[in-house]
Structure formats: C-alpha cells, structure tokens
Design a protein around this ligand. Sequence first.
Ligand code: ATP
Length: 304
Amino acid sequence: MTTSQTTVSLEHVTKRFDEVTAVKDLSLAVRAGRIYGLIGPNGAGKTTTIRMIVNITAPDSGGIQLFGQQQKAELQDRIGYLPEERGLYRKMRISDQLLFFAELKDFKGRRAKEAVDGWLGRMNLVEWKNKKAEALSKGMQQKIQFIAAVIHDPDLLILDEPFSGLDPINMELLKEILLEFKAAGKTIIFSTHLMELAEKICDDICLINRSQKVLEGSLRDVKRSFGRNSVSVRAEGGDGVLDDRSIVSSVKRQSNEVEALLAEGVDPQLALRRLVESGARITKFELVEPTLHDIFIEKVSGGS
Ligand code: ATP
C-alpha cells in the first residue's frame, strides 16, 4: 500500500435517529498508512460515524468505501475494531475469549495461540491468561479488548476512545503500539477527546461538531491554516510595546513569559523590531503554533 491510497472514504453520509441527525452530509478520506484522529465534543457524531464504517449501523444516505471497494461484510475481516462500549464475557478465561474473538475473524490454530501469548506478553498481562475476565480491573479489561481488536493482524484499526480509562504508563504503551502499527503500513482511525495525545500521534485529523465536519486535513496543514499570529516573549522591559494595541491585541502573562497575540496584519518581525528598539533585553522570541486544544475550543465554542 502506498500513502496515496485511500483506505476509508465517506461520501455525503447522513444518519438520523428519529428526530436527531447524528451525522450530517459527512465526507472524509482516510489515507492508507496514516493515523487519523476523529475529534469532537460529546455527542458530535464520532461513534455513529465509526459504527457506520464498521458496518454496525447503515447510513440513511451517502456511500462508504473500504480499501477502494464498496463496503461489504467480507471486508470486515481486514478491520480491527475497539468499540466504545467495552464488554468481555465475564466468566470466560482471557485466553479462551481472545481465541474466540480471533476465530470470529477466521484467525485460528497455532498462529492464533501464538498471537494470544505474544500480545499478553506485550501488554504485561501474561499472568492473567487463565483468569476469568471478571477478575481483571477495568483498565486491564480494556487492554484485553484492544488485543481482541488486533489479534488477527488487521490492515485497518478502528478504535473508539482507546485511551479512555488507561493510566499514563498504559497510555504510553498503547501509543507506542499504534505507532508500530503505522510503521508496519497499517491504517488507524481513532476517536478521542484527548487533544494533546491526538496532537502527538495523528497524521491527519477530522473535527466533527454537531454532526458535521468542521475541518479535516493533515495536522500540519490544519495548524498552519489556523496561524493565530502569536508570539511567546521572555524579556526584561518592552512593556510599552506589549501594551500598544496597534501591535499586540492581547497578552497572556505567565510566570516569566508573555504570550502576545499580535494585532491583525502585524508581522512578528515588526513586533520584534519594536521590542529591540524599546531597549528590552530579549531572551526569547518565538512564534507560537496553535495547539489542537486551542483549535478545538475555538472551532467548537465558536459553533461553526
Ligand atoms: P461522545 O464523545 O459523547 O461519545 P459522539 O461524538 O461519539 O459522542 P455519538 O454517540 O455518535 O456522538 O452521538 C451523536 C448523536 O446521535 C447524539 O445526539 C446521540 O444522542 C445520538 N445517537 C447516537 N446513537 C443513537 C441511537 N442508537 N439512538 C438515538 N440517538 C442516538
């Protein structure tokens, strides 16, 4: 697979539940070999979108393509899916349920057993292999469910809030595993509210708000298009420039730094020159990129 290929595409997909439109006229394209983050506030339509991609619910209108083909049941074996609503068979031993989930994807025999052992080792859960699911903590059960999603070595991983409920160590572990999947050429779609995390691992993002796409693109392009023209300044003096509203429209003061949002049309170079001219001793002057968190808040609370 090359990165120019599209693994998942939605064209004008709409899904209604009675009077609620959960997803409205949504089009998106997930490129092969990329990590694609589906972000948006509660109730935005992320889970509904994911459930349509994995063929649990059907769109009312619009089309879904997987691996360049019209969506159909046979393609589901190439997908690994971690649902938002977690659920293991409480009374079933961990190894038995993992083998069961693998078999549902036609992955069985010795290679399935080896995969179970390999994954339990990777997830630091070896000693739980013969325990019943009910004996595991919530986070541990979530890790088992993640294994169930990947045990058959899918080409496309679709994970609904995979990081929720994990401690920082397990978050790191999962992050590492997702990056390995990507390095192996696989495609990953996941939903999250954790902007910092999305920012660290996503190649592309799609922000959904109130059932509609607000923005989509590579993280780099999204950030670039959102350039807010802010600078982070550490300096002694220069207050006159920072308080000049024709240059700086607002400032956020931190302990020994100031984040200055430049007035519209003001080139950061001009602000720097003015600071130097004012006699300020500057130890830091840096263009600030908007964080995904900033973009999320602005786009979502702006209601666009
Ligand atoms: P969250 O981040 O809270 O999980 P989400 O972005 O995943 O939210 P969805 O679960 O897709 O959002 O829900 C989108 C909208 O569709 C919500 O208004 C929700 O109430 C509605 N909805 C989703 N599933 C159903 C259903 N089976 N029946 C009725 N309404 C539904």
